[in-house]
Each structure stands twice: as structure tokens, then as C-alpha cells.
Design a protein around this ligand. Sequence first.
Ligand code: UDX
Length: 433
Amino acid sequence: MKLAVIGTGYVGLVSGTCFADLGNEVICVDKLEDKVERLNRYDIPIYEPGLEELVRKNHQRDRLSFTTDIHSAVHHADIVLIAVGTPETESGAADMSFVYKVAEEIGESIEDDKYRVIVNKSTVPVGTAEKVEDLIKKQQPNANINVCSVPEFLREGSAVKDTFHPDRIIIGASDKRAESMLLELHSPLTDQIVVTDPRSSEMIKYASNAFLATKISFINEIANICDAYDADIKAVAEGMGLDNRIGPKFLNAGIGYGGSCFPKDVKALKHLAEERNYQPDILQAVMDVNEKQSHRMVEHLDRIFDGDIKGMTVAILGLAFKPNTDDMREAPSVKIIHELTEKGASVRAVDPIAANNARTLLPEDVHIVEDALEAIKDADAAFLVTEWDEFKKITADDFKRLLKQPVVIDGRNVFDRDLFKENGIIYHGIGRK
Ligand code: UDX
């Protein structure tokens, strides 16, 4: 099939590349000339395992190309995928200006009566497919199109794998011809395909992200109660997760969810509800717990030192919002570091790949080093903030040898608590008192 993918961010670049690898002819469009020029020489703007090889392979096979010319890409396509950003606005609503602009440009680009399916891959408010259809038809009243919703569920760091092996595909189509074209496009990926209307499909995306965020805030709340009662959240989560109705995933207590999706999407769903005068109490609670959770590490440190952490040096292990990405969007590390420096502590931070992206978000006097052991050396305490594999390898002995005082606050519950305690380390996890 011939595809045009508008927007070469995470979703557009990964989906476009994977569809090319499945044998489709894909043209990816971005308005940024510099980005397109970089992509054409396989300089991938995001860190995503496996993506560069796949871009190179399919570009060389002439199945994948990058351009700024939306007009010719739409002209070529049977299916046009919209994958531009829907960032958060001040009110919490999704900023739809990029999607709407692309819709107008698609309308301006359609000159023939060929049937085309326009697909929203971006996370968008319920009702967007209809609005996009209106905007296209305003530019080109005779456009022979149908606008559908096929939301993307990929995770950063495993985006290629998630695209090739999705748990499910949701196709929100209001037209049988569009439905069968989208089934043909997606059927090589999985048998688990739910076909529904565009509005329900748009809601499935928000509801899924909000539910996962709820799971995280819930387990974080239980962890905080565990802290108060000397119970161990790891055992509690394991015991809960064995119930098939609950499931073991997304029950890792920590310092709250971050990234480009959960914080923005929970807020956007809340905003959608409020626009129709429904007060979503659970979503509000999920956000409140998440906001508080990033303070847990400094609270533990304060408790150990009776609130007197001025002048201390704290080693921060990890800056990215999660491992295997250089993405700093809504990373809890930023709040934690600001809180520490506001209380007069010095910070020495390390991250395998997010350090460059982090620099402008952190106070100027934060010292960023290249090596974890260098960060720990002579610090008064170490905070494990992002659970990169290389940090998990740091031993109790390393901490004891290098730290000025053997205080380890584990924001992701990855270290062996009992072993660390046996080795004389003052260890605090989240909900593992
Ligand atoms: C998420 C969704 O998983 C994906 O389906 C959607 O398309 C985009 O948003 P992503 O943001 O890449 O993907 O990361 P994910 O791995 O889901 O983690 C999100 C956040 O939750 C991270 O900050 C992570 O540290 C946190 N998290 C996750 C927990 O704190 N505990 C958990 O058990 C799981």
C-alpha cells in the first residue's frame, strides 16, 4: 500500500518505518527541513533501539523516504497517517493546532477523486476525526476521503518492538471501505484487532493511558501506606499481581509517572470530562498522588538527617523519565533536583544518554558527570532515580566504599534491600521501610 505519514516524531517515524518494513511504500513528511535532511542520511533525532538500522534498510530499498513536500506525499498515498504532536496547553486541554493545520494542508493537497483514508494516530480529543474531516472538506469539498482513528500505544525505548508486536490494534472507522483497507494494513501485525467507531477509538487511547497512570498512582499510594506500617510494597505488589484480574504489570511503586504521554493525557481526559460538566474525581486523585510522589525521596533524606541537608552533596543516578530513552519530558528527576538545590544541597548527576537534554532543565550549578561511580564518590547520599541497567550493577560495597555516608535512597526499588542493610547501608526504598 502507499502511505504518507505526516510528522516524524516518535509515533510517525516509528510507524512509518515499520510499515515500510512490512512492504508498504511510505513517504514521511516533516515541515522541518533540517530534520528531513538528517533523516535522509540516517541521523535519527531520537534514541530508539533498532530504529536506525530499520530506517537505513528501508530507505535503501526505496520503500521509505523523507520530504518536506506534503502535497506530493498526499497525492501518492492511499492512506495518510497524521502523527503530529498534541502538546498540553495551559488549561490542560490538548493543543490541536498542529493536527488542524495538517488537516487543512491535506485538503489543499487533494486534487483528484482517488479514495483516501486519513488516519489520526496522534492522541486526540474525542470527536477529532469528524473535525478533521470537516477541515479537509472545507479546503476540498469533493475530497473522496474517510477519516479514521487508529491510536498508537508504543512505549519509548521499545517502540519498534511494540509496533511489530502490539497487544492489540484499535481501528475506529465510520466506513466499510476504510475499515477493510485498515484491516489489510494492520493484519500482518496481530489478530487482536478491535474495530469500532472513531469516537470510541479516540476514547480507548485516553482511557488506556489514564488507567495505566491510575495503576501507578494506586500502587504508589499503597507504598506510602506500607512505609507508615513497615510492610514491603514489593511483596504486596507481587501478592496482588498474581490475581489474574489485577495482573503483575505496572505495579512498580516509585517516584511517579513521567514522559510525554501519561501526564499530558490524564490532564487532557480530565479537561474533556469537565468540558461536559462531569467532575472526574479519580483522574484528579491520580494526578495529585503523582505530584506528591516525586517528593518521597527528599522526604526520606530529610527524615534521616532531621531536615538538615544544607551543604550536602547528593548523587543523582539517572535523569531520563525512564531507562532506555534520552527523553526528559516530565522527568521526576527535574523536580527532585530542584527540591534538593532549593534546600541548599549540591547535586552531582549522571545519566547514560539524557544528560544533554537535561542540562537546560536543571539549575546551573548541578554538576553532570560521565560515570556513576564518579557521581557517588564522596557524596553524602545517593538517589537512584532512573533504573538504568548499569546503575543496577552498582554494589553495596561500591556505595559503602565511595559514599561519605552510606545513605542510598532507591526511588525505583531495584536494589536488594536486605543485602544493602546487612552491608551497613542506610537504605530507603519507596514503601520498603
Ligand atoms: C506510555 C504507554 O505505556 C504507551 O502505551 C503510550 O503510547 C505512551 O505512554 P511511555 O511514556 O513510553 O509509554 O512509558 P511507560 O513505559 O509506559 O512508562 C511511563 C511512566 O510510568 C514512566 O515514568 C515509568 O517510570 C512509570 N512507571 C511505569 C512506574 O512508575 N511504574 C510502573 O510500574 C510502570
